[in-house]
Each structure stands twice: as structure tokens, then as C-alpha cells.
Write a protein that binds this ligand. Sequence first.
Ligand code: NAP
Ligand code: MG
Length: 492
Amino acid sequence: MTELETTQERTPAVPAWEYADAPESKDVVRLQDRYGLFIGGEFVEPKSGTYMATIDPSTEEVLAEVPEAGPEDVELVVAAAREAFDSRWRDLPGKERAKYLYRIARVLQERAREFAVLESMNGGKPIKESRDIDLPLAAAHFFYYAGWADKLDYAFPGRSAKPIGVAGQVIPWNFPMLMAAWKLAPALAAGNTTVLKPAETTPLTALLLAEVIQQAELPPGVVNVITGAGETGAALVAADVDKVAFTGSTEVGKQIRRTIAGSHKRLTLELGGKAANIVFEDSPLDQAVEGIVNGIFFNQGHVCCAGSRLLVQEPIFEPLLEKLKARLQTLRVGDPLDKNTDIGAINSRAQLSKIEELVAVGVEEGAEIYQPVCDLPERGFWFRPTLFTGVSQSHRIAREEIFGPVLSILTFRTPEEAVEKANNTPYGLSAGVWTEKGSRVLWMAERLKAGVVWANTFNRFDPSSPFGGYKESGFGREGGLHGLEPYVELVP
Ligand code: NAP
Ligand code: MG
């Protein structure tokens, strides 16, 4: 044996790190026992008189009660947004609107830690993600669209961009603050007023954002926040709004489309996905492994653009799988507020059941499951990072969105086969391509039916870059200049 070989043998594949606890303090968050609806610049009690509890999914502890807005509340909130549109916001010069957006962005930066901790407490995501990704990106979205508010004439040369009116915006639980920012920033920059409905399980950062709206002294009624479950969302969509922006499941997206068919309402839908992450034999394997892990285990896999189908070129299947399994052993599952945590809590009991069900189906259908050994906390909702090999395209785990930390691995031989398999899905939100060859990246990107194609990286976001789907992943784009279009009426 050479000296190098003996050293390699003595080095364990996975170093046995002993991590000390590194908890982020909750002191920065001040919870109220009970919250109000944010209507016309004030927190008010719901006319419905009903409240629902919102919990910490990592402990199942109740954090607070939030209102369940009923039909009368929805009517009031839309009227408040309409009044603000007609009397205040629509005719405000763009440079004045921009000042408010910059203010929101700066306050978000100032209060970023408070928001990040609350986001992790209410949603279950690791603090390192809410701190380093969700919050900085949310602030960046406000900064970015603040920049457009007084430049709409340059954004659409030769045409004049008028606001549409009142936007009803319904968002999911996986990126509560970031999705709120994606919705609010372009709408406000273009001169619309809005009613935001966060998801049932994650209302708290949206309500904290309502405080920021007060702090930034936005005119009352320009931004309103109502909490509630699916029924509240459905009532908002059906109410007297001019534009509906929805991010969530394809199933609900279809219902919304039916509700507003034939009306004047404009619609954008950001729905589900089943992205292919495609690794060619010439790709840098270690880098690809990091990209695969980030692609499917980021935010517990609760990511619409998650790289949930790994397509590996046959010659590197074995070595890649070995590296991937070793890497999975090092992932730390547990307390979302521990700064070392890689995988936090599953967002809700319902989502955990859905993941468990689909994983059981995967096993029944004959795919081979791999999960690293790791302890899970006793209370709360948890799922180990999971790989499936021996997956065929007809398996449900290869077709349906699991929305959890579960990766299905398939193989391919030629680029043509990779494209065919990647596109063999009703979805089309994102894709990843790993290869040394730039020409191959471009060849693939031209053929992949996906709104975003990442090359030698995954899950990269920037406010200036449009994001959105093909096919059943929805239509309309958020981010960039494209993200302004759904919020303006272009007139000659
Ligand atoms: P969901 O059930 O569709 O919920 C999304 C939002 O719509 C929630 O606020 C929800 O309220 C509300 N809602 C439920 N039923 C409604 C109805 N009939 N009319 C109007 N609103 C209604 O989705 P989810 O389970 O929260 O989120 C997971 C899904 O969202 C996944 O499929 C994922 O791919 C997709 N997603 C897509 C993107 C994207 O950008 N394309 C981003 C994130 C998530 P409740 O919370 O009370 O149910
Ligand atoms: Mg739901």
C-alpha cells in the first residue's frame, strides 16, 4: 500500500463530530395570546367571532390564537383595500410609493432576527435557513421592487403602466415571509392595494409584517392581512377583488381558476412541482452531492421547486449513491432553533401523514428505501431524510409531489433520455443540470419544460430573476421585471 492509501483507510468516511447545542434565543419574539385581523391599518376583532390556535410544529405547543376571518370580515377588508386604492394609493407618485417600500425593507432588516426566530417557531424550518435565506431574500424583494416604483414608464417603454386595483393574495406555509414579500412588493410598487391571506398553519410572521406596515406608516388599507383556513382563502378569491395571486397546491389552483372564470379578475398561479435534478457523468460529484442535498432537503423538502427526482447517468450511479448516503449520515435533524440543525420539523401533522403515506406506497410498489440512522425528538412532527432507489417512472413517488425530505432516484443513459424522463410529468417549475460542458447545459435548458433551469447549482433565488411554472405548475411569473406585469394594466 502507498502512504496515501493507508492514510485514506484510517480516515473515517464520516467524521464523528460532537456538536454542542447552539440554540437561538426566543427572547427576541414577543407573542400575543390572541391576534386581530389587520384591516384598514388597525388590528380588529373578527366579526366571525371565531379563532384558531397556531402551534410550534417542533413541540406541538400552542403559540397563539389567530382569527378565522368569515364572509363579513372578507367583505370589510376588501372594502378597506378598495377605499385605500381609490382615495390614496393609486394616485400617489411612484417615488412616494417607493419610499414606503424602502422603509418596509429596512425595518425587515432591522427586525430580521425577530422575524427569523418567529418563522422557525411557527413553521418548523431551521433557523439557519430563516436567518440566512428567507429573511434576507424577503427584504431584498422589497428593496428590488421599491426601485421599480418610480420607473414604471421605463419598464414598459411606449406604454403607460396603470395599477389594476385590489389584489387578493393567498400564500402557502412553506415560505411564509418570502411568499408575502413576493406578493406584496410588486403589487405595491405598481400602485395596487392588497389583502394577504397567509396559510392556516403559519400566520404569525404575516401578522408581525402587519406591525411593520404600521411602523412604516403606510396609509391605512393599502396592505391588509386576514388569517383563516382554506374557506377564508376561497371567500377572498370570490370577493370583489381585481386580481388574484395564489401560491399553493395545483388542486386548489384549479378550484380558484374555476371560481373566477368569466370574471374580470386577473390571475396568476404558482403551484406544485416535481423537478428533475439531472447529473451527468462528467459533473463534479462532490459539488453535485451538495446540490442534490440542498435540492431536496432544504426546508424539509417543503419546496415547490425541490429537486425531488434525481436523474443520474448510469456510469456514475454507484459512486454517486455511495457519496450521497454518506452525506445523509451527516445531516442533523431536530430543533429548528438550533443553529446546527439541517432538517427541522415537518410543518403539520397533516403534511407528515401525507409524506408517510407516499413513502409507504413507495415501499409497497417495490422501490428500495434508505434512511440514515438518527434520533428524532419525541414530540412534534419529524421525518428522516429519505432516498429511494429502484424507482421507475410509473411509481407514485416519481410522479406525485411528496413535499417532504424524500428523494426518488432514477437513471438514464443519453441526454435525450434525460430530457424525456425529466419532462415526463404534469408539472414544470424547475430543473437542475450538472455537467462540465456549457454546451450541454444550453442544449438541455432549451428542451426542459421548466420555468427555471439551474446549472451546476440548485434552489438559487434572486429578486431580479423571474420564477414560475409551465403546465400544471401554474402561470405568471414572480420576480424581476416579469413579476411586475401581472400587477399593471398597460395602456398606450
Ligand atoms: P394549499 O392547500 O393549496 O394552500 C395554499 C393557500 O391557499 C393556503 O393559504 C390555504 O389555506 C389556501 N387555500 C386552501 N384552500 C383554498 C381554496 N379553496 N381557495 C382559496 N384558498 C385556499 O397548499 P399548501 O398545502 O399550503 O402548500 C403546499 C403546496 O403549495 C404544494 O403543492 C407546493 O408545491 C405549492 N407551492 C408552490 C409554490 C410556487 O411558487 N409554485 C410555492 C410554495 C408552495 P390553508 O392553509 O388554510 O389551507
Ligand atoms: Mg391547505
